[in-house]
Design a binder for this molecule. Structure first.
Ligand code: ADP
Length: 476
């Protein structure tokens, strides 16, 4: 799983938000358009009905044998037809009509008679005459065809193309910017087929800004939620990967540890064997009962140490997390080393001197690991004396705010050429040596966040120094 680039999240939000805005705008426009078409059709139908009404009035007038006077007719029709301005009969060049308007032209009547159908003739502004072949004529004002309350609510602009020019029937304020919608359609009557023109603008102020804002906010939340889920998944995967790597590295250490085990266990087993042989020898001597008891106790302690080494290896291979470090009672550890090895070393002519000058302060470490380091360094010092008498000192103190443990001996010291490779695995100058002790000690020291160094003493002999952090309560 690759990590997200930082700009990808805002960029995808912007893109999705713009897309959502486009979709919302289109949906809004299509809704407005269908409303516009519906309203325009209503207005178109209402106007068509008016036209039909005009033609019906003319047809009715023809059928009148003795028509009432024009003024009376006009007064009777006007309440239902506010658009009717004048009415009359054009006959033999005479105009028998009402109103002050000039009568229709005789030529229009002649044309109506010739074509046997009603004719229109332009009159004043937005007005027109309707002249029937019978001579009956109506003067109509297009602006009064529909009363203000009869227009569908959202229509903005409607006009009719009359013989004398365009007449604006409805004119509501229209937004300056926006999406325009128009409809042109002739009125479906034979005598007055004026073109009906309707126009409306879907203004910017009407666009679905609020919905867009809400969708954008929801998208931002959704993307942020997805992002955090993805990050959590990546974190979990990283942790799994780290655990896997730790397992692999533990397994690779296993090889080193297995070889190290043979080396580590050799010493306690040798000590147990030596003790048991001594017991065998002294068993029948009543005066040596105490020595036998001591030798058996030492064997038991060495066997326990061997068990601890194996347990530590098992823990290292199976543990999920590194062993927690804790304050280790190093004074007790040194005392136990002294008890464990003193008798055996004394038999070899070696004086072992364990000295704790740490004033009760304790290192932060793992008990078994620290024990292993001390035993390894001690065994190396014993090996260095190679059966000759001498002395070994194990000293603990505090140096520069750290716990310091030094193992020094009166042996021949380390050859200068060997110093750089001392801690490399399989480096050994001993016949039959495995060269794993120091490399293991160094690995253990690192796992305790410490350092292990080697040096020669000015008076001769080698000195190994282990520095460890102090336990927190001792640090305070
Ligand atoms: P091994 O004990 O199997 O040789 P180590 O890793 O413990 O393996 O030691 C590596 C080498 O370091 C030894 O072979 C020896 O040459 C040198 N060495 C370790 N401790 C001492 C010491 N106290 N005095 C002199 N040389 C030492």
């Amino acid at each position: 799983m690759t990590p997200l680039r930082p700009y990808l999240l805002p960029a995808s939000w912007l893109l999705l938000s713009l897309l959502a805005g486009g979709v919302l705008l289109l949906a809004g426009f299509s809704q407005q358009r269908s409303l516009f078409q519906q309203n325009s059709s209503i207005a178109h139908r209402l106007l068509s009905q008016k036209m039909v009404q005009h033609e019906a009035v003319l047809a009715t007038l023809v059928l009148q044998q003795r028509p009432p006077p024009a003024a009376e007719l006009l007064a009777g029709l006007r309440p239902a037809m506010p658009q009717l301005l004048a009415l009359g009969l054009l006959q033999d060049g005479r105009w028998l009509g009402s109103g002050n308007a000039p009568p229709p032209l005789a030529a229009t009547l002649a044309r109506a008679r010739q074509q046997r159908r009603i004719q229109t003739q332009a009159a004043g502004v937005a007005q027109y005459w309707l002249v029937a072949p019978s001579g009956w004529s109506l003067l109509l004002d297009s602006r009064r065809l529909l009363a203000a309350g009869e227009w569908p609510a959202t229509l903005q602009r409607v006009q009719l193309q009359l013989p004398g020019g365009n007449s604006v029937l409805l004119s509501q304020p229209m937004p300056a910017w926006g999406w325009s919608m128009t409809l042109d359609k002739p009125l479906p009557t034979s005598a007055q087929p004026f073109t009906f023109h309707s126009q409306q603008r879907y203004g910017i102020a009407q666009w679905p800004w609020l919905s867009w804002l809400a969708v954008s906010a929801a998208l931002a939340l959704l993307l942020a939620w997805q992002h955090s889920r993805r990050q959590a998944r990546q974190q979990a995967q990283r942790e799994r990967e780290q655990a896997r790597l730790a397992a692999v590295s533990r397994l690779s250490t296993l090889g080193e540890m297995a070889a190290g085990m043979a080396h580590e266990l050799n010493q306690p087993l040798t000590a147990i064997l030596a003790n048991l042989r001594a017991c065998q020898r002294l068993l029948d001597d009543d005066d040596e009962r105490d020595t036998v008891r001591q030798a058996l106790a030492s064997s038991a302690a060495q066997a326990k140490r061997a068990g601890d080494i194996i347990a530590r290896l098992r823990t290292l291979v199976t543990q999920q997390a590194p062993r927690p470090l804790a304050a280790v009672d190093s004074a007790a550890l040194l005392a136990s080393v002294q008890v464990l090895r003193q008798a055996e070393l004394a038999a070899l002519g070696i004086r072992l001197h364990c000295l704790d000058a740490s004033a009760g302060r304790r290192p932060l470490a793992d008990n078994v690991a620290l024990e292993q380091i001390v035993h390894n360094l001690l065994q190396n010092a014993v090996d260095a004396l190679a059966g000759q008498s001498g002395h070994i000192e194990i000293r603990a103190d505090i140096d520069a705010g750290r716990y310091r443990l030094q193992v020094s001996d009166s042996g021949p010291g380390i050859a200068t050429a060997d110093l750089p490779q001392l801690f490399q695995p399989f480096f050994s100058t001993k016949p039959g040596g495995m060269g794993l002790g120091l490399s293991l000690c160094e690995t253990l020291a690192h796992s305790l966040h410490g350092q292990l160094t080697a040096a020669n003493l000015p008076a001769g002999g080698a000195c190994f120094t282990l520095c460890l952090p102090l336990a927190e309560e001792d640090n305070a």
